[in-house]
Design a protein around this ligand. Structure first.
Ligand code: ZN
Length: 298
């Protein structure tokens, strides 16, 4: 699933490619992706409503909050896209051949992971903004901007870990009176935004903290290491354009470069880069955790 670095990479790419463009039309073969506007009278009509509302809206700003991509549009509308498990946004040109949207053969957009196009926005410069989403869990919502900013789901999102205002003092506060396994706590979007399985595992390895350690027992020194590790792995992730060993691709269709930097995530039975011990995989909270049993002791 795209996490903060992948979503930020997408936002950075979109800012270069589609900022100030205007939506001309939209196509979909999976209209359920659009969750808002949603009319009680049924699916097809809801999509038609969405289509008519987005038409002629200009993209004024593209930004990120947690794993949400937000396009602020003209007339005080905002388009929210959450890529969820396998979704990723692409920009380019496709042609419909025998009923299938196809990119030029030599283009990175023809990468097999980029072929699950279920919604395409047509822009006024003839480019297209497309969502490739193999498992079809992504969501798209069209809001009035002020309603989005004041929505319950938006207000409950935790602080942004790369925000300059998110100091170590604030980070410590986040853990006050919290109990539970540290990996699950840092992956809770209401506690800190944007961290998922990959970067949680990587940060805990950097900080030498066992993923199942109870946050209530973390010492000040460990919290400091964790704070620094989270910033380090997320910053590196953004710098390298995210990870692409699974579905995620950048908006131009190419892969991010974080994969070679992974120290533990999906490296079970391979050697720890620090001490040579075999990386272990365990499961809790329905997710896998990867760690070095020597460097990260309970
Ligand atoms: Zn180790």
């Amino acid at each position: 699933m795209p996490e903060l670095p992948e979503v930020q990479t997408t936002v950075n790419g979109l800012n270069k490619k589609v900022l100030l463009r205007t939506f001309v039309d939209v196509w979909s073969d999976w209209e359920k992706t659009v969750k808002k506007p949603r009319l009680p009278s049924g699916q097809a009509k809801s999509f038609l409503q969405f289509k008519s509302e987005i038409k002629n809206k200009k993209i004024i700003k593209i930004w990120r909050r947690a794993k949400n991509i937000i396009f602020d549009l003209s007339e005080n509308y905002s388009l929210l896209i959450h890529q969820k498990m396998t979704g990723h946004l692409l920009v380019g040109k496709w042609e419909k051949i025998n009923g299938v949207w196809q990119a030029a053969k030599n283009s990175p957009l023809s990468d097999p992971y980029n072929r699950f196009l279920h919604i395409i926005f047509f822009l006024d410069d003839k480019n297209m903004l497309a969502l490739s989403d193999a498992r079809k869990f992504a969501k798209i919502e069209l809001w009035k901007t002020d309603e989005l900013l004041n929505s319950e789901e938006f207000k409950k999102i935790g602080p942004e870990p790369l925000d300059k205002k998110f100091t170590f003092e604030k980070f410590k506060k986040v853990f006050e009176n919290k109990k539970g396994k540290v990996k699950q706590i840092i992956m809770n979007p209401e506690i800190i935004a944007g961290i998922g399985n990959i970067y949680a595992s990587e940060a805990l390895w950097q900080a030498k903290i066992h993923p199942e350690k109870n946050v209530a027992n973390l010492k000040e020194k460990e919290l400091k290491l964790l704070y620094q590790a989270i910033q380090k792995v997320l910053t590196l992730g953004v710098k390298l354009g995210g990870e692409s060993f699974s579905d995620y691709r950048k908006p131009d269709g190419t892969k991010g470069d974080f994969d070679s930097e992974r120290k533990v995530y999906k490296r079970q039975n391979q050697k720890c880069h620090r001490c040579g011990t075999k990386i272990k995989r365990i499961k809790f909270g329905a997710r896998s955790a990867f760690f070095c049993p020597n460097c990260q002791q309970l």
